[in-house]
Design a protein around this ligand. Structure first.
Ligand code: FE2
Length: 426
């Protein structure tokens, strides 16, 4: 007898009425009307069942610090970096840990069970690094946290940053970060990319750089990142986060750049909520959207994920850990409104970031971890439309979160007593 049988699930690829067998924390079989007996059966009742949401880009050291020591008045990236610099000197390890753990509780309730978080290493104490390594240990039973050593104030611009980055990696941080557009010159940015890629290649590590988070169309560090990725054989292990300058680049140059990114196997991580908020702040009208060219990257065969980036911190005053909200915004900003494109937006918060993070045994095949989310929706497009409740969240086959579906009661003569926002009953 197996541990658990989920009956009548709809899958993200469109298959309907599927059963999922789970034993010892793994998926053991998947198919229609499985002839199996289980210690527990759950009727998914035609709801979407998907592997968990994954956030490819976040900052867990700054999360829930909104208003400390003050709010960002201009709404720009640069004021946010300045504000974080003020806050950084007053951080305590306990406060960082408590805020991060609170956010991870929210994440679990949202079916978000894997997060790649950058952690600022431009602090000789490495206080945030030690705090997030402790958080990683504490949440490991229910959430996969992958940390990126992030030189927020510039690898070359900030004294001691490279040495700190190496110390952070030695302590257990597993991905090499960077911020070439924040170095003093274009040349220094290119040099930082080279040094970081060579270090990652030596150490056998993945790379994820904040890259060209700028409206300057001449910010072309992604070109250098693709070059060194290809040169050093790092294909499939490198991501460029933000890439917002691509929004403003000349079309001819982009037509050269996209195949270079594809050739190098560099992934792109857009952060729709933050890009639409921070970019275009120096424009009058028309105001640029600023998000990177998601449909064109996908058409060129580049892996693309969406990240949340920030929740209630010096850069963003909203957010609640909901990757469906991120997908919803990405869909709108990129005008990805066809059925196929909307499904790609769901993949950009599930399977695509799972591949970028290198998550093992992620997915819905037999042998995969039984980490699953049942959404209050019939398919992944409806899940995005409704930012559907995560009715059940399972980790290794165990239920770790439940949310009741929203139902409004109506008092209208001759009309239904309730509405649930689904087009048709399942
Ligand atoms: Fe970021």
């Amino acid at each position: 007898m197996i541990d658990l049988l989920l009956r009548n699930a709809n899958l993200p690829d469109g298959r309907r009425g599927m059963d999922i067998a789970i034993h010892d924390g793994r998926i053991t079989a998947l198919g229609p009307q499985l002839a199996l007996t289980a210690a527990q059966e759950i009727d998914a009742a035609g709801h979407l069942v998907a592997p968990p949401l994954v956030d490819a880009h976040f900052h867990l050291d700054a999360v829930l610090s909104y208003g400390l020591p003050r709010v960002n008045q201009s709404g720009t990236l640069l004021e946010g970096i300045g504000l974080w610099g003020e806050l950084k000197t007053t951080l305590t390890q306990d406060a960082v840990i408590q805020r991060a753990l609170q956010y991870c509780d929210w994440a679990v309730a949202r079916g978000l069970l894997a997060i790649r978080s950058h952690v600022d290493i431009c602090d000789d104490r490495l206080l945030a690094v030690e705090a997030l390594l402790e958080v990683k240990r504490q949440v490991a039973p229910y959430l996969d946290l992958q940390l990126v050593a992030f030189p927020q104030d510039g690898l070359l611009r900030s004294p001691g940053a490279f040495a700190n980055l190496k110390r952070a990696i030695a302590l257990g941080v597993e991905v090499v970060g960077g911020i070439p557009h924040f170095e003093r010159t274009m040349e220094q940015g290119a040099e930082a990319v080279r040094l970081l890629c060579e270090f990652a290649a030596e150490q056998g590590l993945r790379v994820d750089m904040h890259c060209d988070e700028s409206d300057d169309p001449l910010s072309r560090h992604i070109e250098t990142l693709a070059f060194h990725t290809q040169r050093l054989g790092l294909q499939g292990r490198v991501a460029g986060s933000h890439l917002t300058s691509m929004h403003s680049m000349d079309n001819y140059y982009v037509s050269k750049l996209l195949p270079l990114m594809r050739e190098a196997g560099v992934a792109a991580i857009a952060n729709p909520l933050i890009n639409i908020t921070l970019q275009g702040r120096h424009d009058s009208y028309p105001k640029r959207r600023g998000m990177t060219r998601v449909p064109e990257l996908l058409a060129a065969g580049v892996e693309v994920a969406f990240g949340q980036d920030c929740v209630l911190d010096p850069w963003y005053s909203l957010g609640s850990g909901d990757m469906l909200e991120v997908a919803h915004m990405g869909l709108h900003v990129a005008q990805m409104t066809s059925q196929a494109a909307m499904r790609l937006c769901f993949e950009a918060v599930t399977t695509a970031p799972a591949r970028i993070l290198g998550l093992e045994a992620y997915g819905l095949e037999p042998g995969c971890q039984a980490d699953l989310v049942i959404f209050d929706a019939g398919d992944c497009v409806e899940a995005i439309r409704l930012r559907a409740a995560r009715l059940l969240v399972l980790r290794r086959g165990q239920i770790i979160s439940r949310t009741a579906p929203p139902h409004a009661s109506l008092s209208l003569p001759g009309r239904p007593a309730t509405v649930d926002f689904h087009i048709r009953p399942r």
